[in-house]
Design a protein around this ligand. Structure first.
Ligand code: PLP
Length: 387
């Protein structure tokens, strides 16, 4: 063992992943109750979860689906996108954000991010608008809401939709408005690493009645009525009006989501506390965090740092110490699929590409203790050779 490894703080008995769900006895009870009921899918718990999330974020409608990816796909479908259409997306995101445009035959056009926040840069968006642009898909990276005050006028000037991938940011606010009520449609994910979970699951929130209706049809094979509506009407007749998917979510998943939603505010507050503890630990060291925007409440899905020097070495040392550091994200345009299909590659988004070489996501989830956070921070500082 090297000298520096011996200086590491003692290994914890548990490993610290970068994110982890918290499922408590009341969550389990809520799920079991629905498992004993008449409706396992397309039932009243789906409606209740949709209404609760919509009300929480301050939107008229919530359309629950089977994943965050399905939510992004539904939003793109609702806009009626097709071949020849372009959607502006940032490269610093999970591939699904851009993939959703490709599902519709449309072209994702990458606009670079701001170097301080790694959020989509409104100036870069303006430069990428063309006559084919149909939507801007902003991503509230790491949980920080984007600069919607700058993005909204761009969307309005060009008569295009402003969408949000809010998969990192439920519970966040910008200028007093909750994520989910700012863009025309906002997609959420309830994967276990996200703020609240349904196992797999997602939702789109919107104030637009027509868009919500289209998404409800889309998630159910393009059929205009669902099983419960027909059962209530005593009818067997239905019509398939468009090509949709089975993107439905189950009632027991929604029961878990409803139970988890009650805890969201407390969990976001805990994430913010953890972020403050990391901020304090890294103040005055060569490790820097990302810039925080004025007027936002950051939901901290991720705590992202930029490390000086050899990121791979730091990553390896952290993994050895039981710290599940991760990298979010490989810029999407650099993936082989995007290089081959669209001819994208290095140089397209230099800010994101440079940031990618330096970033690491540290453990961040509400069940972390103060000691866990201290340990993770101490390991980072040791690994970068700063203490
Ligand atoms: C998690 C995530 C998704 C995909 O959500 P799934 O529920 O895993 O399909 C999309 N975009 C971002 C930014 C995400 O973090």
């Amino acid at each position: 063992m090297s000298q520096s490894l011996k200086r590491m703080p003692p290994l914890p008995t548990k490993r610290l992943p970068y994110g982890r769900q918290l499922v408590e006895p009341d969550d389990i009870e809520a799920v079991v109750k629905v498992l004993r009921s008449d409706w396992l899918t397309t039932g009243p718990s789906v409606d209740a979860f949709e209404k609760a999330v919509a009300q929480y974020v301050g939107a008229q409608h919530g359309v629950a689906v089977s994943s965050g990816t399905a939510a992004l796909h539904a939003a793109m479908y609702a806009l009626g996108l097709g071949p020849g259409d372009e959607v502006i997306v940032p490269p610093m995101t999970f591939a699904a954000t851009a993939n959703a445009a490709v599902f519709m035959g449309a072209t994702p056009v990458f606009a670079d991010v701001d170097a301080g926040t790694l959020l989509i840069d409104p100036n870069a968006v303006s430069r990428k608008i063309s006559t084919r642009t149909k939507a801007i898909m902003a991503v509230d990276y790491a949980g920080q809401p984007c600069d919607y005050e700058a993005l909204r006028p761009i969307a309005e000037e060009h008569g295009i939709a402003l969408l949000a991938d809010g998969c990192h940011a439920i519970g966040g606010t910008a200028d007093g408005r909750r994520v989910g009520s700012i863009a025309d449609m906002t997609a959420f994910s309830f994967h276990p690493v996200k703020h609240i979970t349904t196992g797999e699951g997602g939702m789109v929130t919107t104030n637009d009645d027509a868009l919500a209706r289209r998404m409800r049809t889309f998630r159910n094979h393009g059929i205009t009525s669902d099983h419960r509506q027909r059962s209530e009407q005593g009818s067997w007749f239905y019509e398939m009006v468009d090509l949709g998917f089975n993107y439905r979510i189950t009632d027991f998943q929604c029961a878990l989501g409803l139970s988890q939603l009650k805890k969201l505010d407390a969990w976001v507050a805990r994430r913010q506390e953890i972020a403050r503890q990391y901020d304090a630990a890294f103040a005055g060291t060569p490790v820097s965090g990302l810039k925080k925007r004025e007027g936002v409440s950051h939901a901290y899905h991720l705590y992202v740092i930029k490390v000086p020097g050899n990121r791979q070495a730091v990553f390896t040392r952290l993994r050895e110490a039981g710290i599940g550091a991760n990298v979010h994200y490989i810029p999407v345009h650099l993936h082989p699929f995007y290089r081959q299909r669209f001819g994208y590659g290095p140089g397209l988004c230099p800010v994101a590409e440079a940031a990618y070489e330096q970033i690491l996501s540290l453990p961040m989830y509400p069940a972390m203790t103060d000691e866990d956070v201290d340990y993770a921070a101490a390991c980072v500082l040791e690994a970068v050779g700063a203490n």
